[in-house]
Design a protein around this ligand. Structure first.
Ligand code: HEC
Ligand code: CU
Length: 468
């Protein structure tokens, strides 16, 4: 924060200097530290760019903005620049308001890619917010802050909306019918959601919850996908269905700007349980922020009947603050690229399937869990403590015979499984990834089973401190 104060006057001098030269000045207005930082936060600039003096702006997928005014001059003198700017200030403004007009030459991970910088900033940011950022960035003394300060500021506890998908929120098995066209309505919604007690996170969701809605069709159905992006979004979003045959699984047709809607149709020609996810660059960031779900393509005649079905997905989250830090969190792109998550969760949040929305069933019932991994990075060693999977549809293949009597099953990111088991004994069963360190980062779910004891199968006196 100190650094900010140090070079704010330089920004002001710069603005005055440019005004004096008769160029189009960003604004003669000065903007306070609070206003400027709020503008950077609103644009989520720090999730991609390193920006000296801006807390949490340590992103590494986009050019560092530490000396963007110098970079600008190099760029528009280079011949590869196709924009209109003649001053560094115009260049920075153009980068924000019309980012696809030109592409910066050099990103930290190689050549810069188009369409990564959000296209809708011109609609979501006010003129003052843009001016505040332009003044600030243009005033950064070249090279003075080569390393981002990346300060993580301790925060007060925050509360956000509930983004947890109830594990019972899925359509019932389909009635026996002929193939038809099924409309799938998806809307990308960015929300400040409750990640843990006192901690919120800027989630990007399909339809407001994590995972996105469970889509259920039968073999031979045609899905007609309507991909909307909320007007309040800052980012473009899209969808790639692993159940779809065709380039990008729909991603090519559904890159959708805020306030827009796109559409495609596809025929389900393979049976199985498939992941779908947002496929807008940086894809890992969109998935990590919550944009994944499952689509089930039932075989003709459906799956064997069970008493209860559940919908559970695992994801890894890379926050600016450490696990347990309070306050508003955004994505730390360095941690994301290092595959080093702070939080690992079922259905979007810490406690989602324990305190908040546990799975419930009764002795004597057979349950089925549709389990998928959104990821983006961690493979799950899916296990239910105290149970044995009677059947595992390994890799979510529903056309191969299921494995039987399995303790733990591997589910890769972008993959799924279907497990079934019969409940003989009442009590609390715990869904985990058997890489059990992840329990300490939020990854647990309960299945609460009620009914009569079955002492022949299980008896004894529980001791204290078992946690079960
Ligand atoms: C999702 C990631 C992302 C976000 C969020 C983002 N940017 Fe960018 N930005 C990029 C990428 C990637 C590039 C390089 C590609 C290009 O030029 O379009 C870029 C380029 C730029 C450039 C040109 C840099 C140069 O060296 O030429 C500026 C200036 C810039 N961004 C400012 C901002 C500001 C200000 C914000 C917040 C309002 C922001 N960006 C938000 C990814 C992002
Ligand atoms: Cu997205």
């Amino acid at each position: 924060m100190k650094k900010f104060v140090k070079f704010l006057p330089i920004a002001v001098l710069f603005a005055i200097f440019i005004a004096a030269c008769g160029a189009k000045a960003a604004s003669d207005k000065t903007y306070s530290e609070t206003e400027t930082l709020a503008a950077f936060e609103k644009g989520a600039c720090g999730s991609c760019h390193a920006i000296p003096g801006v807390p949490n702006a340590a992103g590494v997928i986009a050019p560092s903005l530490a000396d963007v005014s110098m970079m600008a001059k190099d760029h528009f003198n280079s011949g590869s620049y196709s924009g209109k700017a003649a001053t560094s200030e115009d260049y920075i403004r153009e980068s924000i308001l019309d980012p696809n007009l030109f592409v910066a030459p050099e990103c930290p991970t190689g050549a810069c890619a188009p369409n990564v910088m959000p296209a809708a900033l011109k609609d979501t940011l006010t003129t003052d917010e843009v001016n505040a950022m332009v003044n600030y960035l243009n005033g950064l003394p070249a090279g003075a802050y080569g390393e981002s300060s990346a300060a993580v500021v301790p925060q007060e506890p925050t509360t956000g909306v509930d983004v947890v998908r109830d594990p019972t929120d899925l359509p019932a098995p389909l009635a026996v019918r002929e193939p038809t066209t099924v409309v799938v309505n998806l809307e990308a919604i960015e929300v400040e959601g409750q990640l843990a007690d006192g901690t919120t996170f800027t989630y990007w969701t399909f339809n407001g919850a994590v995972p996105g809605p469970f889509v259920r069709v039968r073999i031979g159905d045609t899905i007609e996908v309507h991909m909307k992006n909320s007007t309040s979004s800052a980012m473009n979003h899209s969808v790639d269905f692993h159940a779809v045959t065709g380039p990008g699984g729909g991603a090519a047709m559904t890159q959708t700007e805020p306030g827009q809607e796109t559409m495609f149709t596809a025929k389900a020609i393979n049976v199985g349980l498939f992941v779908y996810h947002c496929a807008t660059p940086m894809v890992a960031n969109h998935i990590s922020n919550g944009m994944y779900g499952l689509i089930l393509v039932e075989p003709e005649g459906g799956l064997p009947p069970v008493d209860r079905e559940f919908y559970v997905m695992q994801g890894d989250i890379y926050t600016t603050g450490a696990f347990g830090d309070k306050g508003k969190q955004t994505t730390d792109v360095t941690k994301l690229l290092n595959e080093d998550p702070e939080y690992i969760v079922f259905n979007g949040a810490v406690g989602a399937l324990t305190d908040q929305k546990p799975l419930k069933a009764n002795v004597g019932e057979t349950v089925r869990i549709f389990f998928g991994v959104g990821g983006p990075n961690l493979t799950s060693s899916f296990h239910v403590i105290g149970e044995i999977f009677d059947r595992v549809y390994d890799q979510a293949s529903l056309t191969a015979p299921p494995l039987t009597d399995v303790q733990t099953t591997l589910v890769p990111p972008g993959g799924a499984t279907v497990v079934e088991f019969h409940l003989e004994v009442p009590g609390r069963y715990i869904l985990v990834d058997h890489a059990l360190s992840r329990l300490q980062r939020g990854l647990a779910g309960f299945m609460l089973v009620e009914g009569a004891e079955n002492l022949e199968i299980f008896s004894g006196t529980p001791g204290p401190g078992s946690g079960h």
